[in-house]
Write a protein that binds this ligand. Structure first.
Ligand code: FES
Length: 87
């Protein structure tokens, strides 16, 4: 597998300022991208509970609060880990 085949997308760092979260379309598992401190992190956008889009949730520090039933998930602890690349 080449690096290009692993690339989900590119997000300019300036679009992730001030706690912004972006959703990258990557069916069937869309990806939420955010900065935690200065570290770009990427996690699956679907909530563990019932699949709501976490990118529509509320950001609190290193966590995102699901818009559905308010489950709190750490952005940096999820399966995609630190796969995002800053550009
Ligand atoms: S879908 Fe996230 S808490 Fe229910």
């Amino acid at each position: 597998m080449t690096l290009a085949s692993k690339l989900v997308g590119r997000v300019p760092r300036e679009r992730l300022q001030e706690g912004a979260m972006l959703r990258l379309e990557y069916p069937p598992f869309h990806v939420l991208v955010a900065l935690v401190g200065t570290t770009p992190c990427a996690i699956e956008d679907a909530c563990n509970h019932a699949g709501a889009s976490l990118s529509e949730g509320e950001r609190r520090g290193a966590c995102v609060i699901c818009p559905d039933a308010r489950l709190r998930l750490r952005v940096e602890d999820r399966p995609f880990g630190r796969a995002a690349r800053a550009v």
